[in-house]
Ligand binder design. Structure first.
Ligand code: HEC
Length: 145
């Protein structure tokens, strides 16, 4: 049976767990926490890997080629003229400056302001989210050429 004391410990633990969730790390350095936040946004929220990671024969995302670029296998029911057939590599964030990456994620345009082809999303992320995502992508090993 839970005593009153046991119950308050339980509440305290739950409250602590909530207040020290992934968004507010207290002990890690700023850099590590920004990368971790970016990983969370990429993997759990925006699901960038669904398009930017190739799949194995079973149709599962290939963890060994994480975010290294992939053919687009989903097709619109109705033909869309400028539908892209490939999602470029994001691991290591090659070929783009941070500013260009921020443009893609904050303004929803290509690195030079050009129109992004579907099914790439038109994102309007906050600056902090875009920065965290780019920091995470830069922390990943670049795809072998
Ligand atoms: C539904 C599929 C899909 C998802 C999800 C997706 N992308 Fe893309 N992404 C694409 C495709 C397709 C392209 C190529 C677009 C083009 O050629 O215009 C692309 C292009 C890009 C580019 C390159 C832009 C350029 O013009 O060079 C970046 C950077 C990018 N995506 C980042 C991301 C990030 C970061 C996420 C997650 C936050 C993400 N994408 C989620 C499909 C996707």
């Amino acid at each position: 049976m839970l005593t009153k004391f046991g119950l308050s410990i339980l509440f305290l633990t739950v409250a602590l767990a909530i207040s020290t969730g992934p968004a507010k790390p207290s002990t890690r350095s700023a850099d590590t926490s920004e990368i971790e936040r970016g990983r969370y946004l990429v993997e759990e929220v925006a699901k960038c890997a669904e398009c930017h990671t190739p799949r194995n024969a079973q149709g599962e995302l290939d963890r060994h080629a994480w975010l290294q670029g992939a053919p687009i296998w989903i097709m619109p029911v109705k033909h869309i003229a400028n539908w892209a057939d490939r999602a470029p590599a994001l691991a290591g964030f090659p070929g783009m400056t941070d500013e260009q990456g921020e443009r893609v994620l904050e303004q929803g345009t290509g690195p030079e302001g050009e129109t992004l082809r579907p099914p790439m999303h038109i994102y309007h992320m906050s600056h902090a989210d875009a920065k965290a995502i780019i920091a995470y992508l830069r922390s990943l090993p670049q795809a072998p050429h």
